[in-house]
Design a binder for this molecule. Structure first.
Ligand code: NAD
Ligand code: TYD
Length: 354
C-alpha cells in the first residue's frame, strides 16, 4: 500500500482513521483523502496532519460519483489500495429524503469498484466500510455475525446493504481483491452532533432537552472509534481477501440508560449533583426503528487477535472531555463556518479537475 485512497476522510470515522494511520502505525505510504465535503465533512479536522505530513497526506475535494474526476485521481496518484468510508450516514435524514443516499452509497461505490476494476493490475485491496444495520433488528437474544442474513429496515441501511452486495459481487465476478467490515455504532471525537452520543453530551452541557425516541429501550452495541480504526487497519493488513468481518464494542446498552450515564458523567465532571436527568424527554419514535443490535466479533478476534480496548465508561469519559475541550469545533461545525475556510485555503484545489 504505497498510495492509499481514503474516501470520506473528512467525516467522523475517516478523520479518526487518517489520524490513527499516520500517527500510530508503521504505514509509510501516502494517503490521498477524497471527500466531497457535505455538511458532515470538515477538512479542518486534519489541518495539523496536513502540516505535519506534507509529503504523505493529500486532500482532494471530489465527489466519488464523478467518474471522470475519480478516474483522473486513480491515474495521477497511482492508487494501489482503497479504504472506502464515504457515505451519507444519518438514518433520520434517509427517512426524510433518500436520493443522496442512493446516489453516494450505491452509485458512488459502483464508480469506485469500476475504477478498481479498470486499474486492477496495480490494485492490492479495496476495503469497504459498512454497518451492522444491514442485518436488520434483533430480538432479546443472539448477535449478528458474518453469517447473518441481510434484512435492512430503513433507506440508509438498504443502501449500505446494496453497496456490500456490489463489493462482494465485484470480487466474485471480476476477482477484485476486497475485504468488508460491518461494525456497530461508533462514538468518539469529531462525530457530527446529529448522532445520539454527541447530541446527548452537548445537550446536557447546554442544559437542553435530551430527545429519546419511543420508550428508549432500543439497544445499540457501542464501539469506540479508535478501536474501530485499529480493527479496520488489522483487516487491511492481515484479513483474508473476499471475507467479511463483523466488529462490535461488546457494549450493549439501552438508549435511555446511555443518556442517564451521560447525565451522571457530565454532572460528575462539572461537579454538579444529579442535575441533568430531568432534561430527558421522550419523543415520537423513529419509523422502522430497529430494536436491538449486537455484534459477534469472534471471527476477527480469532483470526486477527482484535478486541475492543475501551469499555463504555472509559470511552464516554474520553468523548465527553473531548467535546468539552472542543466547543469551538462544535460551534463552527454547527454553523458550517469552515466553509469559508475551505474557500480560502483550498481555492486552488477546489477547482474541479478533469
Ligand atoms: P460521516 O457522515 O461523519 O462522514 C461521511 C463523509 O463522507 C463526510 O466527510 C462526507 O463529506 C463524505 N461524503 C459523503 N458523500 C460523499 C461523496 N459523494 N463523495 C465523497 N465524499 C462524500 O460518516 P461516518 O460516521 O464517519 O461513517 C463513515 C463510514 O462508516 C460510512 O460508510 C458509514 O456507513 C460507516 N459506519 C458508520 C458507523 C457510525 O456509527 N458512525 C457505524 C457503522 C458503519
Ligand atoms: P443514531 O446515532 O442516529 O444511530 P443509528 O440510528 O445509526 O443507530 O441513533 C442511535 C440510537 O439513538 C437509535 O436507537 C436512535 C436513538 N436516538 C434517540 O433516541 N434520539 C435522538 O435524538 C437520536 C439522534 C437517536
Amino acid at each position: 500500500m504505497k498510495n492509499l485512497l481514503i474516501t470520506g476522510g473528512c467525516g467522523f470515522i475517516g478523520t479518526n482513521f487518517i489520524r490513527y494511520l499516520l500517527k500510530d502505525t508503521r504505514f509509510r505510504g501516502r494517503v490521498i483523502n477524497v471527500d466531497k465535503l457535505t455538511y458532515a465533512g470538515n477538512p479542518e479536522n486534519l489541518l495539523d496532519i496536513e502540516k505535519r505530513f506534507k509529503k504523505r497526506y493529500r486532500f482532494i475535494r471530489a465527489d466519488i460519483c464523478n467518474r471522470k474526476l475519480m478516474d483522473s485521481i486513480f491515474n495521477e496518484f497511482e492508487i494501489d489500495s482503497v479504504c472506502h468510508f464515504a457515505a451519507e450516514t444519518h438514518v433520520d435524514r434517509s427517512i426524510y429524503s433518500s436520493s443522496s443516499f442512493i446516489r453516494t452509497n450505491v452509485m458512488g461505490t459502483h464508480v469506485l469498484l469500476e475504477l478498481t476494476r479498470k486499474y486492477s493490475d496495480r490494485i492490492e485491496l479495496f476495503h469497504h466500510i459498512s454497518t451492522d444495520e444491514v442485518y436488520g433488528s434483533l430480538g432479546e437474544q443472539g448477535s449478528f455475525s458474518e453469517a447473518s442474513p441481510y434484512r435492512p429496515n430503513n433507506p440508509y441501511s438498504a443502501t449500505k446493504a446494496a453497496s456490500d452486495h456490489l463489493v462482494r459481487a465485484y470480487h466474485r465476478t471480476y476477482g477484485i481483491p476486497v475485504t468488508i467490515s460491518n461494525c456497530s455504532n461508533n462514538y468518539g471525537p469529531y462525530q457530527f452532533p446529529e448522532k445520539f452520543i454527541p447530541l446527548m453530551i452537548l445537550n446536557v452541557l447546554e442544559e437542553k432537552p435530551l430527545p429519546i425516541y419511543g420508550d428508549g429501550k432500543h439497544i445499540r452495541d457501542w464501539l469506540y472509534v479508535t478501536d474501530h480504526c485499529r480493527a479496520v487497519w488489522s483487516i487491511m493488513n492481515s484479513g483474508r481477501i473476499g471475507e467479511t468481518y463483523t466488529i462490535g464494542g461488546g457494549a450493549e446498552i439501552q438508549n435511555l440508560t446511555l443518556a442517564e450515564m451521560i447525565c451522571n458523567l457530565v454532572d460528575r465532571i462539572k461537579g454538579r449533583k444529579n442535575k441533568s436527568k430531568r432534561l430527558i424527554t421522550f419523543v415520537k419514535d423513529r419509523p422502522g426503528h430497529d430494536r436491538r443490535y449486537s455484534m459477534d466479533f469472534s471471527k476477527i478476534r480469532r483470526e486477527l487477535g482484535w478486541k475492543p480496548s475501551e469499555d463504555i465508561e472509559s470511552g464516554l469519559n474520553k468523548t465527553i472531555r473531548w467535546y468539552m475541550e472542543n466547543m469551538e469545533w462544535v460551534n463552527r461545525v454547527r454553523k458550517g463556518q469552515y466553509r469559508k475556510w475551505i474557500r480560502l485555503h483550498y481555492s486552488e484545489r477546489l477547482k474541479q479537475r478533469g
